[in-house]
Write a protein that binds this ligand. Sequence first.
Ligand SMILES: [Cu+2]
Length: 282
Amino acid sequence: MLESFRAKTLALACGLAALCPIGSASAAAPQTGQPVPWQIDLQPAASPVMANIEDFHRLLVWIITAISLFVLALLLWIMIRYNRKANPTPSKTEHNTLLEVMWTVVPVIILVIIAIPSFKLLYYEADIPKPDLTIHAIGKQWFWSYQYPTQNFQFDSLGLSDADAGKRHEPRLLGVDNIIVVPVNKVVKIVTTGADVIHAWALPAMGVKMDAVPGRLNETWFKPTQTGTFYGQCSELCGARHAFMPIEVKVVSQPEFDTWLAGAKKKFAAITPETRLAAATQ
Ligand SMILES: [Cu+2]
């Protein structure tokens, strides 16, 4: 109870001040890669892309806060100094060249300050390094199908019911029956497409969100920097059960991954010409 009150007070204070350093509210999260109650920050970064997104977000928070406080101060100053009582005969001054140049130039400078790291980040995300592992993620109403094309197997990944999630100690609406497993510190390329409508494959801790569009192949990547379980959700409104097609990725060491791979090749079906990703894009 006290914990909950403390968390709420902290969240409120952070929200009002908008000055909380990134990650502070979520630092105490018991598990990596999932949201926590009353969280207002981004999930802690688990990939270089997400670390860069956090840096950029931190810059924006400072700029937004400074602008908001500046405007608030101006409003207060005008309300107090220039109200009817304090200033009964208003000045008839019009135009002030210096002021007009300033309020044009300063926002331009601010936008340039934002644009430079923004484009850098965009190119960093879009330029996919040579992948160590490629996974095809095919969005379907309402689950995900995954293919490991090089290893030639595929499986469906369905969200767990509340009862099953409880039994498996998985978070509600985030746990799945068949989890994607990837090795740590390796570049994982995700190729997305949709089999019916537009879905989106999103994994917040890795800084990934990519639309899965029928008839198109989209590519994205992440390089997990720590082991653990990471959760995401379909992030494009795709129909009645849109909320029930979560994404679960387990990041493990290379030897653990090799063991899993050997088992998965036996357990899961082989990719056939009918099911291969290309078929889903026709
Ligand atoms: Cu969806």
